[in-house]
Design a protein. Structure first.
Length: 317
C-alpha cells in the first residue's frame, strides 16, 4: 500500500471513531433519527475502506472477518434503533421502556466499536511504500536520474515509477512540435504513460531535471509539469541537474525558475552548494552526481557491444 493511501485511510478511521462517539450521544439523548443517519454513513465508509485494503495480503483473512463482524454489529444497532423509534411512536410507551431500548442499541454499538478497534490495529500493521515518481523529458538526460531510480527500486519500502513527459520545440516563442521520447529509454527501465494521475497519486517524492519551466526559449516541457504546478502534488519536489562538472563551474549564482518551487536541489559538493544563490542554499542536498554514478557503473560493468557494432569494428574494442 502506498504511504499516502494508508494515511488517508487512517484519517478516515479517526473520523468514524469520532462518529461512534456522536452516535452514542445521540442515542443517550433520544435522537434516534440522527443516530441512524450516522450509522449508515459509518457502514458505507467502512465498506469503502474494506475495498481499499482488500488487495493487501498482510492480515487479509483477519481483516475480512473483522469487517464482516463490524458490519453485522452495526446493522444490529441500526435495527435496534429502528425498533426503538417505532416503539416511541406508539402511545403509552413508558420512560423505562425507552431507556431499555437505548441500552440495547448502545450494547450493539459497544460490540461494533470493539471490532472497529481491532480493524484499526490490523490496518496499522499493513506495510506501506513511499511513491517516488521520476519525470524525465529527454532520454539522453536520463543518466542524471538513473542511479537514484535504481536505489529507490532496490529499496523494499519504495515504489519507483518513471514517466517520460512530453515537451515541445519552440518556434518564435510558441509551442511547435510535440515530442515524447518514452520509446527511446533503455529497455531495462519500465516506464508508464502520461495517463498516470498526479492529483490522485500524490507522490511522496517527484524528481525533475528541467530547471527552466516556462522560461526556456528553445524547448518547453508540457505546462502540466512546470515546477509551480508539480509542487501542489507532492511535499518533496526534487531538482536533479542534468549536467555535471569536475570543478566549481556549472552551479552558478543564476536563479533558475525551479529554485523557487522545488523543496530540494541535488548538488555534487559543498563548493557547488556555495555557488547557488544564497536564498536557496538551504534547499541544497549534497548527494554527489547521479550522472557520474552512472558513468562509474558503466565503466565497471560495461554493456555488451551490439552484434552489428562488432561486425563494423571487426572485433576490435
Amino acid at each position: 500500500m502506498r504511504k499516502k493511501k494508508k494515511e488517508q485511510i487512517v484519517s478516515l478511521l479517526q473520523c468514524y471513531k469520532e462518529a461512534h462517539s456522536t452516535i452514542r450521544k445521540e442515542i443517550e439523548e433520544g435522537r434516534g433519527e440522527e443516530a441512524i443517519s450516522l450509522l449508515v454513513l459509518c457502514q458505507e465508509g467502512m465498506e469503502k475502506i474494506e475495498r481499499d485494503t482488500e488487495q493487501e495480503p498482510c492480515g487479509k483473512t483477519e481483516r475480512e472477518a473483522l469487517f464482516s463482524s463490524y458490519q453485522e454489529a452495526l446493522y444490529s444497532c441500526y435495527l435496534s434503533l429502528i425498533k426503538t423509534e417505532e416503539e416511541n411512536a406508539e402511545p403509552g410507551t413508558s420512560c423505562s421502556q425507552r431507556v431499555s431500548c437505548a441500552k440495547r442499541a448502545i450494547s450493539r454499538l459497544d460490540r461494533a466499536e470493539a471490532y472497529f478497534s481491532k480493524i484499526e490495529e490490523e490496518i496499522a500493521s499493513i506495510p506501506f511504500k513511499t511513491l517516488h515518481l521520476f519525470l524525465p523529458y529527454k532520454a539522453s538526460m536520463w543518466d542524471s536520474m538513473e542511479s537514484v531510480y535504481f536505489a529507490a527500486l532496490q529499496d523494499p519500502s519504495c515504489e519507483a515509477l518513471v514517466m517520460p513527459i512530453t515537451y515541445y520545440e519552440k518556434e518564435d516563442g510558441k509551442f511547435g512540435k510535440r515530442i515524447n521520447e518514452r520509446a527511446e529509454f533503455p529497455r531495462e527501465i519500465e516506464t508508464i504513460d502520461e495517463g498516470f494521475s498526479l492529483e490522485e497519486a500524490q507522490p511522496d517524492v517527484i524528481y525533475i531535471h528541467n530547471p527552466y519551466d516556462d522560461k526556456n526559449i528553445l524547448t518547453s516541457v508540457d505546462p502540466r509539469y512546470y515546477s509551480f504546478h508539480l509542487k501542489d502534488y507532492t511535499e518533496n519536489l526534487v531538482y536533479i541537474p542534468y549536467y555535471t562538472t569536475m570543478g566549481k563551474a556549472g552551479f552558478g549564482s543564476l536563479f533558475m525558475p525551479v529554485y523557487r518551487y522545488v523543496h530540494h536541489i541535488v548538488v555534487q559538493s559543498e563548493a557547488h552548494k556555495q555557488r547557488l544563490p544564497k536564498e536557496v542554499q538551504e534547499k541544497a542536498r549534497i548527494l554527489g552526481s547521479p550522472k557520474l554514478d552512472r558513468a562509474l557503473a558503466y565503466s565497471q560493468n560495461p554493456p555488451e557491444m551490439p552484434e552489428d557494432w562488432k561486425r563494423i569494428a571487426g572485433g576490435r574494442k
